[in-house]
Design a protein around this ligand. Sequence first.
Ligand SMILES: C[S@@+](CC[C@H](N)C(=O)[O-])C[C@H]1O[C@@H](n2cnc3c(N)ncnc32)[C@H](O)[C@@H]1O
Length: 458
Amino acid sequence: MLVGGRIPRFLPFRSSSSLLLLRRREYCSAASSESSGECDEFLPWLQRKAGSEISSTLLIGFSKFGRSLFASKSIRAGDCILRVPFNVQITQENLPPEIESHLVSDVSNISRVALVLLAEKKLGQVDSEWAPYITSLPSINEMHSTIFWSEEELEMLRGSRVYQETMDKKAFIENEFSSIRPALSCVPQIYGDCKLVDFMHAYSLVESRAWRTSLGASLVPFADYLNHDGVSEAVLLSDDDKEISEVIADRDYAACEQVLIRYGKFSNATLLLDFGFTLQCNIYDQVQICMDIPLGDPLYKVKSELWKKYSLPTVNNAPGFSSSGNFFTLKKVKTGSKKGKGIPQALRALSRLLSATSNEELKAMETEAAENDGRLGRRTVKDMSKEILAHHILLAQLERAVHSHVAAITALSSAQTYNDHSRFTYRRQMARDVLEGELCVLRSACDWIKNYCLRLLK
Ligand SMILES: C[S@@+](CC[C@H](N)C(=O)[O-])C[C@H]1O[C@@H](n2cnc3c(N)ncnc32)[C@H](O)[C@@H]1O
């Protein structure tokens, strides 16, 4: 069995925080008052198409997360709550054959599935065999990934790396569209006048709802109405032998309760960029900081060479994403933790390198690396004052990031709305969630370093 994953950037897979858990009565009213009409038709339609039962315990309704799945009766932990056969999943294999031969080979899997959605959308209600599914998908106005934010809205996130990641992703999608455009123009009968904005919409739909299966990115109708809870243990599983994707309940659910699964262990920055939402308390929050050897350092050249030679790449970039400089990902450091888990060892190593003031020191670091595991600056410096200096350099860098996050959060209150006020307020709250989550991580790292230095002095 393959554990499925959502497709986004860091390959998908959320929280029993108060934000997510509506009280039971709210679920019931949401489920019963709105699960009528189009929603009631959807599951029978999909079951007919699949030729098998998909779920006997879930029904479609609406919650504040949009379309949602609710328990139609009580569910026990370990019950299989849905089973969607591969034959009703949308993958690149559903791409119209007419376009396949015109596509350049390096078009991404997500783009290919986006092209399937665009072709089906163009076929419309009458001719598309997927019409009930396609028409249920959110419109571009209902999507909140930062790739759809205005410049003014994005400005709220300038203090976070998600700002640059948004720019990178927009550039990547634009580039994909440029590669695809010639192929689209060969089959105008299928795609009509498809614009970049249509492609971005389709791309983001796939990215926010497809799962990784052995068939590549797969849209799994019905299962993709499940919303995310970062602490849920339930994920979508795929069984290649039986050719089905299924979800096993990780806990008991009372009738009418919303059923949630975990998309992945995602930070708010990732949730916002790839899915268009955030959590108020996200245990997977992290922050990326950039630390470089200052150009004005008299030992700049030697330090740069040593760093290049003895360090490993610090951040893995997904295809289509680029970064320069040394980026490090920090996670929340537990108060009282001895080892400072959450602060990358490589970041502490770079700080030790930065604290060196002579060629002799650098030579000694290089010898130590060669005599041990080949990595530079991984050990506590024997000279305590040097070890403290190295950590003070790091602390200063983190405190700068703390100050810029505090300033960015303060500025949110005075941020101006230029158009749709409710959408702006929603997005501002999400920007706040990202920045506050990152601030919390940064503060935990600062506290740990201060305590570490105090311990050294004892
Ligand atoms: C796979 S779909 C789930 C079904 C979706 N609610 C719908 O209306 O189609 C993922 C989308 O649901 C929404 N979503 C899922 N979990 C959420 C959560 N915990 N909080 C807010 N929105 C959530 C986001 O819009 C996300 O992009």
